[in-house]
Design a protein around this ligand. Sequence first.
Ligand SMILES: Cc1cc2nc3c(=O)[nH]c(=O)nc-3n(C[C@H](O)[C@H](O)[C@H](O)COP(=O)(O)OP(=O)(O)OC[C@H]3O[C@@H](n4cnc5c(N)ncnc54)[C@H](O)[C@@H]3O)c2cc1C
Length: 409
Amino acid sequence: MADRPARFVIVGNGAAGTTAAENIRKLEPAAEVTVIEDEPYPLYNRVALPPLLKGRVQERNVIMRKPEDHLAKGFTLLLNTVASKIDAEDQILYTQDGAAFPYDALLVATGGRTRKLAIPGADLRGVYLFQTLDETKAIVERILESKRAVALGGSYIGYELADGFAERGLQTTWIMRGPRFLWRLLDEAGGEVVHLLAQDMGVDIIYDDFAAELSSNNGAVDSVTTLGGRHVETDMVGYGIGNDLNVKILEGTGVEINTGVVTDACLRTNISNIYAAGDVAEFFDVVISRHNVMGTWDNSISQGRVVARNMLGANDPYDEVPTYVTTMFGSRLSVLGITPDVMGGLEGRSRVDLDTRHYKKLFFYEDRLVGAVIIGELRGRRKLVQLIRGREPLQGAREELFDIGAAAE
Ligand SMILES: Cc1cc2nc3c(=O)[nH]c(=O)nc-3n(C[C@H](O)[C@H](O)[C@H](O)COP(=O)(O)OP(=O)(O)OC[C@H]3O[C@@H](n4cnc5c(N)ncnc54)[C@H](O)[C@@H]3O)c2cc1C
């Protein structure tokens, strides 16, 4: 790099982008770091959006940085600014308003965007995506004047909405295409535990069906008609039907794109000085020896740290075990390591206790523990993560893994 301070440009100020910016400055105080973000807020905690929706935390608890923090940490944060084009040859990033940012190293940490419903009525008042702080604030406003709500989608965002609506006391219907929540990950027993937990909260669940049309009264949604011909009256609808990763900015650069931005284990793309981290990175995962995309907060923070070192010249592979932990209908859910929704050919063994609403499933590959999903009591989780990280052959000892956590950690 040139002998003046190196110029680092980062697109996206989420968990990955902000962590990378702060770590670059910490490791190389002379570095010029510019972060470009299209939302109006400094880093906020997306994991805290469901508690905000439920009214358990205030907006001030969700915002994790103030603009002054960035000044103190010595990097420039440009909010409400859309990065629109990259000239990879001359190493310049352009924003939509025509500003040019020459870089020595560029990080794409743009995350993903929730897919929009494409059915009649999807744009009605009272119909919400659930990804950003502004969307969450709009949902909360609507909740306060509603009695009934419909949550659409059988994955994480769908259940967060159903959980939030129910906890706020709305009469809640949860509709999903699959035969159970997270049907690629949970088996029937796991699905049954989630069903009972949701039922305990008073949620009505419709499986194997989906919204075909949303109808309105004066421009605001008032009912959902399903593909199967059901009709559910409601005052609001929230949905999560999958994510598209924000890769458009790399079009025409020669950077390899698949589902996400393809990188090596060190989060470098195939074009020199362009890196990717967080949800948007489709990185070579040394834990499973193939490319992988993750969508967890911890993973985005850890990748932000690793990519910062590598943008400064290190050669560190990212080798963390993915972990997702969340509350769920008054219980807890944790997904660790590699699971069947990510990789086929895993052997799974589960234990379930419907009365106490506990479920644990462990996943094995070539005589190693590679992943787990736990609902209910999460004790023993850290030990399982250690075992997954250790990649030691189990030599048959599998059943006793279920007892980890029975004694306090
Ligand atoms: C409601 C909700 C609940 C969640 N709950 C959990 C949980 O319990 N546990 C867990 O582990 N994970 C959870 N997640 C997922 C977790 O929040 C994400 O994995 C993590 O925030 C991703 O961080 P990131 O930095 O990769 O991307 P993001 O946080 O998505 O940040 C990327 C930023 O880049 C901006 N951007 C994109 N394109 C451009 C552009 N061209 N120009 C300028 N800016 C751009 C975006 O607006 C965005 O702000 C949840 C997510 C949501 C939405």
